[in-house]
Design a protein around this ligand. Sequence first.
Ligand code: NPW
Ligand code: ADP
Ligand code: K
Length: 483
Amino acid sequence: MPIQYLTADAVRAAEHATGDLLANGTLMRRAAAGVARVVLGELTGTGGCYGRAVGLVIGAGNNGGDALYAGAILARRGVRCSAVLLAPDTTHSGGLAAFRGAGGRITGALPDTVDLVIDAVVGIGGTGPLRPAAAAVFAGVTVPIVAVDLPSGIDADTGVVHDRSVRAAITVTFGAYRNLHLLAAPRCGRIVLVDIGMAPTDTPDGLFSLTDAEVAARWPVPGPADDKYTQGVVGIVAGSQRYPGAAILASGAAVSATSGMTRFVGSAAEAVVSHYPEVVAVDDLADAGKVQAWAVGPGMGTGDRALDILRTVLAGDLPVLVDADGLTVIARDPDLVRGRTAPTLLTPHAGEFARLSGAAVGADRPAAVRALAADLGVTVLLKGRITLVATPAGRVYGNDAGSSWAATAGAGDVLTGIAGSLLAAGLEPEIAGACAARVHALAALRASGGAPIGASALLAAVRPVIGNLRTAHGGADGHITTG
Ligand SMILES: NC(=O)C1=CN([C@@H]2O[C@H](COP(=O)(O)OP(=O)(O)OC[C@H]3O[C@@H](n4cnc5c(N)ncnc54)[C@H](OP(=O)(O)O)[C@@H]3O)[C@@H](O)[C@H]2O)[C@@H](O)CC1
Ligand SMILES: Nc1ncnc2c1ncn2[C@@H]1O[C@H](COP(=O)(O)OP(=O)(O)O)[C@@H](O)[C@H]1O
Ligand SMILES: [K+]
């Protein structure tokens, strides 16, 4: 099952569906126990619990209640707990009584020396940036912050990070991930999901992400009866004589991502073959031979020749991925793809997205990518640190790259080659996009090792990443029987 991310409304609905567990406070007690467990784990790992100091920043709602009950547990374990109440008149009364009863102190500001701070200003009921009084409490905090449910000041549904917001080392959430845990993952730190006994239900505005095990299981591998043609031949249309780089990167990525065969069309055919002799490369589309999917666009130019190629390819009934220059051509004439019935995947970065949709992506990235996919009737993959892939029906898969080393010239050409070859192998566009984004991100991480990379290094890491994923998740690599 893909990992599911819910909107705040869907979380509330799932909480209400538990009935008594919500009403009698069981859910909150379980949530608090989870927060306390994580904090105790952190303290234990950094020298022990007894006598350590924890500061709590408590807002007006139930998020503060979670933290106060957690503080009570911590205080009973010998942790010195001090809570700053941002809204003393509306502080969760049961939580406050428990906290005080266990020996927790109420203070006007965080003590000068604390080992850890708990952010319980707001959870899913929060709106907008941290209010100034809350922001002032966090100013100057240098110790790790454990966020209850979410780092306050980040929008639960859109992941918008307001300028006054918390950056957490750990985020402890309950029952199900919320959208922001994917969309603002870099601000959440390590995310711990605590089981509180509520069952999440599907939600039209929620998100999904594939697990590594799912990516590994879906990755195409040749079977005993396969030959170079049966696995899906991908045709790459990219680059030019003047700009052969995109052609080489996209073709190399296609060669690396799946077995079988890669064809190439374009004036950089010679350069491509000099790097990848296994590619069957021609100058003209008419000479290309049979493919099972096309990946068209990087560095191909935006003139009449590009338009002709796109017209021809998109008029056919094969799966097609369009990227980069190809998207600029489509932005001028969206009817080239609108309502196309064969699998179609557009892979814009934010600038290309704005060209296609007529407006900047804006704050609500999932809504924007959903709207463009619905408008054009094709699958859209919006690139970035958090890649989002939306189907025309509105299902959105996301991938946090885990680092930003892929933000380098030519990295998108590599993604085109990977995703194109997965389309050729028969994967649905959204699954091809999501699997490609995952492997692309892992390849950037592996290639980087903490240092800057170029797209060639990322490309070189694609094969080992696929191998590691498959090995880690049970992919058999075959054996030879000897006598
Ligand atoms: N229900 C349950 O049993 C369970 C609930 N759970 C927990 O409850 C959380 C949801 O609780 P919630 O609905 O009470 O909202 P919550 O996020 O605490 O606070 C909202 C209040 O904060 C204020 N405020 C708003 N924006 C602000 C800002 N920018 N900066 C500062 N303050 C701001 C505003 O109040 P105002 O000041 O406007 O009166 C608003 O009313 C959820 O995330 C989870 O942690 C779990 O324990 C599981 C069981
Ligand atoms: N900040 C970032 N963190 C992680 N990955 C990123 C980031 N920015 C871009 N990427 C990824 O790097 C690739 C860049 O693609 P693109 O912008 O088309 O570059 P180019 O056109 O130079 O090939 C995409 O796969 C994108 O998702
Ligand atoms: K919080």
